[in-house]
Design a protein around this ligand. Structure first.
Ligand SMILES: Cc1ncc(COP(=O)(O)O)c(C=O)c1O
Length: 328
C-alpha cells in the first residue's frame, strides 16, 4: 500500500509529518471562548507523529543537513548533536531512528524527568548539564556550548543543526504551519497566538501569513520572569535566538506563569483538550485579546500536550496528587 492521507495509510511514519495536504487538526473551542464573534481555534501540534510542534523544525533541520552533505546513508558513523529542552531532541531522535542516524541530546538538568527518559527511550544519548530551563548561550559548559564543542572536536561524528540559528527552523513553519492555517481557515484568520522558544514557529508562520494578508495580527505570549514553563522563553531570554524578528510581531503579552498550569487544566476539564502548560499560556493570551476586541478569528498554536509535564503540573496543582476523597 502507498501513503494516502485521505485513508491515513502511511508507508513510513515520516510520511505522517504535517504539511498542507496532511495538516495538524484545527479545533474550535466550544466553551472557553469569551466572545461568540471571536471564535478561538486550537491547532493541535501534539497530534504530529512524534508529539509536538517540533516535528516540523526537526524534519527541516535534518533535511537541511542532508542537502549540505553533512548527514546521509553514505556516512553511517555520523549523527546529530543538539542542545534542547526536550521536544526538538525527541523529534530529532525519532527521525534519526527512522533514518539510522545516531542522536546526542544536551539537556538542561531542570528539564522534566519524563522528557529526559523519553529522549533515552527514543534512542538518544542524553548529557544533562547545569543550565537554564531553556538553554542559554555563552557558557562553554552550558548545553549550547557543549553541543558546539562535540561538533567541533569530532566533526566526522557529529553534525549540529542548531535550532537557535538555523533558518531551516523558520522555513519549516513558512512551508507548513503558515500554509496550513491559511488553507484550514479559508483565509479568514485575523489573529494568530504563539509562544516563544527558538521563535522559529512565530517567525515562519508570520512570514507566510503576512504575505497573504498584512492585516493578520501576530500575537505572542511570554511568561513572567522566573518562570518554569518548559520550552518557553520570555523576552529577557530570547537573545539566544537569531530567528526572532520583532518586526513580524504585533503584540507581546506578558502573562503570570502560574496561569499556564491553571489554564491547561481548564482546557482539559472544559474542552477535552489535553493541553500542556505552554498551550495554557497561549490560551490565556488569546482569551484576553478576544475579550478586548470582541470580533475576530483566532488561531492558537498548541505546541504540546500535558503528559510530558505532569511533574511540573503536580507542583503547581498539588491537588492532582492527593488520593483523599477517591473511591477505595
Ligand atoms: C512545549 C513548547 N512550546 C512552545 C515552544 C516554542 O516553539 P519555538 O521554538 O518554535 O519558538 C516549544 C519549543 O521548544 C516547546 O517545546
Amino acid at each position: 500500500m502507498k501513503t494516502d492521507h485521505t485513508t491515513r495509510v502511511y508507508d513510513s511514519i515520516l510520511d505522517a509529518l504535517p504539511n498542507e495536504s496532511n495538516p495538524s487538526p484545527l479545533v474550535r473551542l466550544q466553551r472557553l471562548s469569551p466572545s461568540p464573534t471571536f471564535p478561538l481555534w486550537a491547532k493541535l501540534e501534539w497530534l504530529n507523529p512524534f508529539g509536538s510542534v517540533k516535528d516540523r523544525a526537526a524534519a527541516e533541520l535534518i533535511a537541511d543537513l542532508e542537502r549540505q552533505g553533512k548527514l546521509g546513508a553514505d556516512q553511517p558513523n555520523r549523527g546529530i548533536v543538539e542542545p534542547t529542552s526536550g521536544n526538538t531532541g525527541l523529534s530529532l531522535a525519532a527521525i534519526a531512528a527512522v533514518k539510522g542516524y545516531s542522536m546526542r541530546a544536551i539537556v538542561p538538568q531542570k528539564v522534566p524527568d519524563e522528557k529526559k527518559a523519553l529522549l533515552r527511550l527514543a534512542g538518544a544519548e542524553v548529557d544533562v548539564v547545569t543550565d537554564a530551563l531553556c538553554p542559554l548561550p555563552g557558557t562553554e559548559d552550558g548545553s549550547i556550548g557543549l553541543a558546539r564543542s562535540y561538533s567541533r572536536a569530532q566533526p566526522d561524528r557529529y553534525a549540529m543543526p542548531n535550532q537557535y540559528e538555523n533558518p531551516a527552523n523558520v522555513r519549516a513553519h513558512e512551508r507548513t504551519t503558515g500554509p496550513e492555517i491559511w488553507k484550514q481557515t479559508g483565509g479568514k484568520v485575523t489573529h494568530v497566538f504563539t509562544s516563544l522558544g527558538t521563535a522559529g514557529t512565530v517567525t515562519g508562520l508570520a512570514r507566510f501569513l503576512k504575505a497573504q494578508n498584512p492585516n493578520i495580527k501576530i500575537i505572542t505570549v511570554q511568561p513572567t520572569e522566573g518562570h518554569d514553563v518548559p520550552g518557553l522563553r520570555n523576552l529577557s531570554q530570547i537573545g539566544v535566538s537569531k530567528l526572532y524578528d520583532p518586526a513580524l510581531i504585533d503584540e507581546i503579552l506578558e502573562i503570570p506563569y502560574e496561569l499556564a498550569y491553571q489554564r491547561a487544566a481548564e482546557l482539559f476539564r472544559r474542552e477535552g483538550l489535553r493541553a500542556g502548560p505552554s498551550s495554557g499560556l497561549i490560551f490565556e493570551g488569546a482569551r484576553r485579546v478576544a475579550e478586548r476586541e470582541q470580533v475576530g478569528f483566532g488561531v492558537m498554536i498548541f505546541c504540546d500536550d500535558v503528559f510530558k509535564y505532569m511533574s511540573t503540573m503536580v507542583k503547581h496543582l498539588p491537588e492532582l496528587a492527593t488520593d483523599e476523597g477517591g473511591a477505595s
